[in-house]
Design a protein around this ligand. Structure first.
Ligand SMILES: [Zn+2]
Length: 120
């Protein structure tokens, strides 16, 4: 960072922590870049972010903390995820039947029985 005594500084909080840099007056609305800026809907935005916006994914550049995961339905990503979910349900509802577990997980009862055998 090239900062000299007397320079105006900018402070801002990012997901990575406090950032300090030389005050430049203008910077990208999303990522605070100072190069290749253009106006876009009343904000100064850098070329990278404009490209990202065009592709419909501005957060890939601005590094937003945790976008809400899409609501999960029948298709769980993998068996581990199912096992965790099953374990959690069994903790929350210790007296629940296998059939009810199957309904909660949107699985067949046979699949739940299989999964239960995999639990420690
Ligand atoms: Zn940017």
């Amino acid at each position: 960072m090239n900062i000299n005594i007397g320079d105006a500084l900018d402070f801002f909080i990012t997901p990575e922590g406090l950032m300090i840099r030389k005050y430049t007056g203008v910077s990208c609305y999303f990522c605070s870049a100072v190069d290749n800026l253009s106006y876009f809907r009343d904000h100064l935005i850098c070329h990278n972010c404009i490209e990202a916006l065009k592709s419909g994914n501005p957060s890939s550049h601005s590094n937003e903390a945790h976008p809400a995961p899409p609501k999960k339905r029948r298709n769980y990503r993998n068996q581990n995820e199912l096992l965790n979910k099953l374990k959690q349900l069994m903790l929350e509802h210790p007296n629940v039947s296998q059939k009810e577990l199957a309904e909660m997980l949107e699985l067949s009862q046979g699949r739940v029985s299989q999964l239960k055998k995999l639990l420690p």
